[in-house]
Ligand binder design. Structure first.
Ligand code: UPG
Ligand code: 3PG
Length: 296
C-alpha cells in the first residue's frame, strides 16, 4: 500500500492472518510487502554515530487500585528492550498503588481524584514529554494496563514495528483469557464502528496495550474519554493516514467476569465507546457539510 493510496482511502492497514496465526498487515498492490508509517523516522545527523540517537521507549501505566499487581507489572515492564522510563499514573487510587509502584522502580504521578483511563494516559504522555531530551528523538509511548503482572514484558513485540517505521501504532492481540465473561456486545459495536469509519476491521478493538509515536499520539488528542479511548485513537489515527497493526502478545490480565461487577463495567465501556463513536460521526458529518477551504 503506498502513502498516496492510504491517504486517498483513509483506511490505514488491513488485517490478515498468516500461517503462524499472527495478525499482520495486508500487502497492497505493487511491490511493497508492508506499509510504511506516516511518522517520519528520526534522522541521524551527518557524521553522528547511529547509536547516539538510539530510540528510547517510555512505558505508561494508568492504574486505579492496582496495589496487588502493580509491582510485578512495573518490574516486568522494566525488562522491555529500549525502555528507559516506566511511568505509573495513579488515577486516584484508594489503595497503596502509588507507594508499591514507586518501590518497584517506577516514576509515579498521581491524580488526586479518579479521572478515568484516558485522562491518565494524557497525564502520562505529558510527563514523558517533560522528560524527553531536547535534540534527541522523542520517546515512543508504550501504554500498558497495570494488571498484566509478570506478562507485561510480553508487550515487547509492540515496539519493533513502530521503531522500524512499519506502523505508527502497534496494538496487542491477546489470547483468550481464563475467566473472561464477555458476550462480544461492546467489542462487536466497537469493531463495526471502526470498520465503518476507517475500512479496517480490528480483531480486538478494545485492546489498550499500544505502542505509538509521539506524533501519532498528539494527532489523536484530545483523547476520547474513559473507556472510549481505544476506539477513538484507532478511528482518529487511521482517518488521518496513520498506520495501525495488531501484533500477537502472550499477555494475561484480570478479565471482567460474568458477575454484577463485570456487567456494570461492560455497561460503562459501552456508554464510553458509543460516546466516542457518536462524536466522531458528528465530526465527519460536519467535515462533509462544511469542507475546509484554504484561506484566501
Ligand atoms: O478509572 C480508571 C479505571 C481503570 N484504570 C486503569 O486502566 C487499565 C484498564 O482497566 P481494567 O479494569 O483492566 O479494564 P478492562 O476491561 O480489563 O480493560 C480492557 O478494556 C479497556 C477498554 O474498555 C482497555 O483500556 C484495556 O486495555 C483492556 O484490557 C488498568 O490499568 C486500570 O488500573 C484507570 O487508570 N482509571
Ligand atoms: O469482557 C470483555 O471482553 C469486555 O468487557 C467487553 O465485553 P463484551 O465481550 O461483552 O463485548
Amino acid at each position: 500500500m503506498t502513502r498516496k493510496q492510504r491517504d486517498s482511502t483513509d483506511t490505514g492497514a488491513a488485517p490478515t492472518s498468516d500461517a503462524a496465526g499472527a495478525v499482520g498487515v495486508e500487502a497492497g498492490e505493487g511491490t511493497e510487502t508492508l506499509p510504511t508509517a506516516k511518522t517520519p523516522r528520526p534522522q541521524v545527523p551527518d557524521g553522528a554515530h547511529p547509536g547516539r540517537f538510539r530510540q528510547r521507549v517510555a512505558v505508561v501505566i494508568p492504574a486505579k487500585d492496582e496495589a496487588r499487581r502493580i509491582a510485578a507489572t512495573v518490574r516486568s515492564a522494566r525488562a522491555i528492550p529500549n525502555v528507559d522510563l516506566v511511568l505509573v499514573v495513579d488515577d486516584g487510587s484508594e489503595d497503596s498503588t502509588q507507594h508499591v509502584a514507586r518501590e518497584a522502580g517506577a516514576v509515579v504521578v498521581r491524580h488526586s481524584h479518579n479521572r478515568g483511563k484516558a485522562a491518565a494516559m494524557e497525564t502520562g504522555a505529558a510527563v514523558v514529554a517533560m522528560r524527553d531530551v531536547p535534540g534527541r528523538p522523542e520517546r515512543l509511548l508504550l501504554f500498558i494496563d497495570a494488571d498484566l503482572a509478570d506478562t507485561a514484558v510480553n508487550t515487547a513485540p509492540l515496539v519493533p514495528p513502530v521503531l522500524e517505521g512499519v506502523a505508527d501504532m502497534a496494538i496487542a492481540h491477546i489470547p483468550p483469557q481464563v475467566g473472561a465473561g464477555g458476550h462480544g456486545f461492546v467489542v462487536g459495536a466497537a469493531r463495526r464502528a471502526i470498520a465503518g469509519m476507517t475500512g479496517w476491521t480490528p480483531t480486538q478493538p478494545l485492546s489498550g496495550m499500544r505502542c505509538m509515536t509521539r506524533e501519532a499520539f498528539e494527532a489523536a488528542t484530545p483523547l476520547a474519554r474513559g473507556w472510549g479511548v481505544e476506539v477513538g485513537l484507532t478511528i482518529d489515527l487511521l482517518r488521518q493516514g496513520y498506520v495501525a497493526v495488531e501484533i500477537p502478545c502472550e499477555l494475561r490480565h484480570r478479565p471482567s467476569g460474568k458477575d454484577f461487577k463485570g456487567q456494570l463495567h461492560r455497561a460503562a465501556q459501552y456508554r464510553d465507546v458509543q460516546l466516542a463513536i457518536s462524536a466522531r460521526r458528528v465530526r465527519r458529518t460536519v467535515d462533509v457539510v462544511r469542507p475546509h477551504h484554504p484561506a484566501p
